[in-house]
Design a binder for this molecule. Structure first.
Ligand SMILES: NC(=O)c1ccc[n+]([C@@H]2O[C@H](COP(=O)([O-])OP(=O)(O)OC[C@H]3O[C@@H](n4cnc5c(N)ncnc54)[C@H](OP(=O)(O)O)[C@@H]3O)[C@@H](O)[C@H]2O)c1
Length: 311
């Protein structure tokens, strides 16, 4: 992808964003202010390349939703987002993304991340990568991650070789369960890792005291996955019973999804998060969290206390 410079939204984009959010006139003017604010980006420690803090997770992308997903990816890049996370294990996800990215002509505007695994049952890594290239209709990946830490030791020399050959720019590994965090930290200390992808949200803070300190120490970028608690959106369901705290406005968050995303990416170790969204209104809502201000340490503590008190 091309280097990101943090473009401002056009007036038309911002107006569409607020209208699509379906809020009232007062809220719409507040959202317009938030949407007009500068895009928040963070640097990848190993290169200095900056990424917008809100990307998209695609484990629910399927061919059946092809036409509904086109405006999702289109709006994401229009609104300044770029990180797309997929995996061969996500059914038709890679294939649909490849088709849509080609149809929209946005390959040079996105940061494309996929995964692979090694093991007795897994196909040869070279075949898996070739299949990902074909499905994603590209000859290079921005990030290739070992999925769920399966075969890191075995795959790492191969990943380095592909990185040197410029087939992939960054290499990393993923998990989404806290029981994997100690092992992930061991591997982060053993190998030259550009990225880790790890579960982190207001309701699941283990990474903040395990993987994140190691990432800061080793200068490794962090993608926070399952920011809403996973496919079921468990954190959003819980938030339905809680009034939005008045201090959300200080961070420019006009609803719970925005507040929860701002919380995740405000951690100093978090480079970005990949909110799973298959609906354009969700995507637009989430992208609004990539603008304006983020909670500082005191703001984060206030939100944690508020969340815990309502549990
Ligand atoms: N081990 C791993 O490597 C691993 C494991 C798990 C996940 N991941 C990655 O992380 C990504 C994120 O995880 P996830 O998708 O499972 O869970 P998530 O991002 O925590 O939550 C996704 C859910 O939230 C809903 N949602 C999104 N934005 C919303 C909004 N503004 N308002 C209301 N609902 C909203 C989505 O609905 P709609 O679909 O209807 O928009 C979906 O049901 C995955 O897609 C995948 O790329 C990686």
């Amino acid at each position: 992808m091309k280097e990101l410079t943090g473009p401002k939204l056009s007036r038309r984009d911002a107006a569409t964003l607020t209208l699509a959010a379906g809020v009232g006139a007062l809220c719409a003017s507040r959202s317009f202010a938030a949407a007009s604010a500068a895009l928040i980006t963070k640097a990848i420690p190993s290169s200095g390349q900056r990424l917008p803090v809100i990307g998209i997770g695609t484990n629910a992308f399927s061919e059946a939703k092809h036409d509904e997903l086109r405006p999702v990816l289109k709006r994401m890049v229009e609104l300044g987002g770029s990180v797309i996370d997929t995996a061969p294990a996500y059914g038709e996800s890679e294939q649909v993304i490849g088709e849509l990215v080609a149809e929209l002509g946005i390959r040079d505007r996105i940061f494309l991340a996929t995964k692979l695994t090694a093991g007795a049952m897994a196909p040869a890594p070279v075949d898996t990568l070739q299949r990902s290239f074909e499905r994603l209709k590209t000859d290079h990946l921005d990030l290739l991650q070992v999925h769920n830490l399966q075969g890191v030791e075995q795959l790492w020399p191969q990943l380095i070789e592909w990185q040197r050959a410029r087939k992939i720019r960054y290499i990393g590994m993923t998990t989404s369960v806290a029981s994997d965090h100690p092992r992930m930290i061991e591997l982060m200390r053993k190998f030259p890792v550009d990225f880790v992808q790890v579960d982190y949200s207001i309701a699941n803070r283990d990474a903040a005291t395990s993987v994140f300190p190691a990432a800061l120490e080793r200068r490794i970028a962090v993608i926070a996955n399952v920011p809403f608690g996973g496919r079921s959106g468990a954190n959003l369901t819980q938030s339905q019973n809680r009034p939005l705290p008045p201090f959300a406005a200080e961070f420019g968050a006009s609803d719970w999804p925005q507040l929860l995303l701002k919380y995740v990416v405000s951690h100093p170790a978090a480079t970005c998060t990949i909110a799973g969204s298959t609906k354009v209104e969700h995507l637009e809502d989430n992208q609004a969290a990539a603008r304006g201000v983020l909670p500082d340490a005191a703001g984060r503590r206030r939100l944690e206390q508020y969340w815990d008190a309502q549990a």
